[in-house]
Design a protein. Structure first.
Length: 191
C-alpha cells in the first residue's frame, strides 16, 4: 500500500538495507546480526504521548532484552533537542531530523494523528505526565515549533537478524503502536 507521498509501505517478508545508524549513545546495526530489532518511529522531542509510551517500554525493557530484542526509537528531532527528554531511557534513541528513515520505512504524518478520538485519552495522560515532570524540574518545556511537525504517526517494525521484516504496524493515530505485550506476542509468533 503506497503512502501519501507515493512511496510504498514496507510489509513482512521484505528485506531492509543493512547499515549502521547513529544513536545518541553510539551506533546501532540495522539489522543486528545477534538479535531481533524493534524499530519504532515516534514523533518529536518532548512529545507527551511519545514520552508516555516510551516510559512503558522502559519499565519493561528487561523483558524485551530477555526476549532477544534490541529496542531502537527514532524521532524526527535533532540530537541536541532529544537529549534532555531521553537521557533516562535504557535503549537506543536515534535523531532523524531530515526524516530519511521515516521516508524509507513509509512512516507518515496525518491530521488524524490528533483528531482520532482514540488518541484523546493518551494525549491528556501524556500532557499531565509531562506537566508533572516539568513542574518537578525533570524535563524542559517542549518547543512550540517542532522539527517535522506535530502530526506524525507511529510505526513499529520487528526486524530479523538477516534484515527481513517479520512484522510491522503503521499507526492511524498518535497512540496506535505496539505495547510491550504486543511486541512480545509478535516475537512469540515467529519462534
Amino acid at each position: 500500500m503506497p503512502t501519501s507521498s507515493g512511496r510504498p509501505r514496507l510489509e513482512p517478508g521484505q528485506v531492509i538495507v543493512a547499515r549502521q545508524i547513529t544513536a545518541l549513545n553510539g551506533t546501532v546495526k540495522l539489522p543486528d546480526p545477534n538479535q531481533l530489532v524493534h524499530l519504532q518511529f515516534r514523533r518529536f522531542a518532548g512529545c507527551p504521548v511519545c514520552d508516555l509510551h516510551l516510559h512503558s517500554i522502559a519499565q519493561r525493557h528487561d523483558e524485551i532484552v530477555s526476549a532477544g530484542i534490541l529496542e531502537v526509537a527514532v524521532f524526527h528531532s535533532s540530537a541536541d533537542d532529544l537529549r534532555p527528554f531521553t537521557m533516562e531511557l535504557p535503549f537506543a534513541v536515534v535523531a532523524d531530523p531530515q526524516k530519511k528513515l521515516y521516508a524509507e520505512f513509509g512512516t507518515e504524518a496525518s491530521p488524524q494523528a490528533l483528531l482520532n478520538p482514540r488518541a484523546w485519552r493518551p494525549i491528556l495522560r501524556g500532557v499531565l505526565r509531562s506537566l508533572g515532570r516539568i513542574l518537578r524540574g525533570r524535563q524542559p518545556v517542549t518547543s512550540v515549533h517542532t522539527e517535522g511537525g506535530k502530526l506524525g504517526l507511529p510505526a513499529d517494525f520487528l526486524i530479523a537478524r538477516d534484515g527481513r521484516i517479520l512484522a510491522c504496524k503503521y499507526g492511524v493515530h498518535i497512540y496506535d503502536q505496539w505495547s510491550v505485550h504486543d511486541l512480545l506476542t509478535q516475537v512469540g509468533k515467529i519462534r
